[in-house]
Write a protein that binds this ligand. Sequence first.
Ligand SMILES: NC(=O)C1=CN([C@@H]2O[C@H](COP(=O)(O)OP(=O)(O)OC[C@H]3O[C@@H](n4cnc5c(N)ncnc54)[C@H](OP(=O)(O)O)[C@@H]3O)[C@@H](O)[C@H]2O)C=CC1
Ligand SMILES: Cc1cn([C@H]2C[C@H](O)[C@@H](COP(=O)(O)OP(=O)(O)O[C@H]3O[C@@H](C)C(=O)[C@@H](O)[C@H]3O)O2)c(=O)[nH]c1=O
Length: 303
Amino acid sequence: MKIFVTGVAGQLGHDVMNELAKRNYTGIGSDIAPTYSGVQDASYVTTAEYIPLDITDKNAVNSVLEKVKPDVVVHCAAWTAVDLAEDADKQEKVRAINATGTENIALACKKLNCKMVYISTDYVFNGQGEIPWKPDCKDYQPLNVYGQTKLEGELAVSQNLSKYFIVRIAWVFGKNGKNFIKTMLNVAKTHDTVRVVNDQIGTPTYTYDLSRLLVDMIETEKYGYYHATNEGGYISWYDFTKEIYRQAGLKTQVIPVSTAEYGLSKAARPFNSRLDKSKLLENGFKPLPTWQDALARYLKEIE
Ligand SMILES: NC(=O)C1=CN([C@@H]2O[C@H](COP(=O)(O)OP(=O)(O)OC[C@H]3O[C@@H](n4cnc5c(N)ncnc54)[C@H](OP(=O)(O)O)[C@@H]3O)[C@@H](O)[C@H]2O)C=CC1
Ligand SMILES: Cc1cn([C@H]2C[C@H](O)[C@@H](COP(=O)(O)OP(=O)(O)O[C@H]3O[C@@H](C)C(=O)[C@@H](O)[C@H]3O)O2)c(=O)[nH]c1=O
């Protein structure tokens, strides 16, 4: 199989490329920079074929994909800065990337009749209640611009294609890029205490573990919507921070606060980000390891 992967300069795309190589598939990487600009860790992605592509440019998307003729596109590129996406002068660009960019790719996949994987987010839901969201639930109500544009991307995929996987993930951490764990490790260098919200509940996702599942998926025809995070239960960002510091051996004190007390975020975020992953097992897919185990491996990886 030949697989075209967008967003390889980011967290997930990097790991997807390396998982493909492990399984003897040809991964062709892509991102917006002229050459591969992710971490130089001597892994497959750093030397694999790389094609620069701005996904908001419809003609470029068409001509690149027509030339490559992939069997599958794994679309990881996105605008992921949630608070920044709320700025009035950024919204057009956020939508161009997350919604129109995804539509461009979906339409090119349609022409080629190839499979498409679209990575989406818990932020398409409004976060009300405590019941975990099912992947086929259609009660979308994003609370912020990032979530709204990711939902528009989902719809562009599901309305144009039949051979698609829409995989919603949450609270992502990976070697290659910015994430909550790295932020918290940095905060600990300069602060004795940190305030962290304890009323937003979800589960983290390690890109290394998720990549294995995504490659398992593309080997099948079990199309549709899925939820995928690590196992290990539902937690708050406060719980996550406590465990990050415990495992890293850091003494910084973590103070639980409500979202209202925290008060620093521009974008509204869902309180209930519990994703129901039972559809994975029902379709014979192997679940991810626990987030506690993933965190331990990740801290070793980045030390
Ligand atoms: N990070 C998270 O917590 C979560 C992420 N997701 C989803 O998972 C996927 C992967 O996320 P993650 O790996 O963290 O993302 P990253 O932000 O790490 O990587 C995204 C990549 O896409 C690139 N990109 C941005 N605009 C364009 C463009 N116009 N054309 C081509 N490439 C572009 C970015 O480049 P540049 O940096 O230069 O802008 C970046 O390299 C995304 O779809 C995201 O929405 C879902 C849930 C949680
Ligand atoms: C840095 C910091 C954040 N927080 C809060 C803010 C927020 O509510 C929560 C998480 O913070 P972040 O801004 O890192 O997370 P955020 O960027 O909102 O993370 C989201 O990213 C997008 C891309 C997704 O798709 C989501 O699944 C989710 O991972 O923690 C604290 O309470 N204390 C702190 O010191």
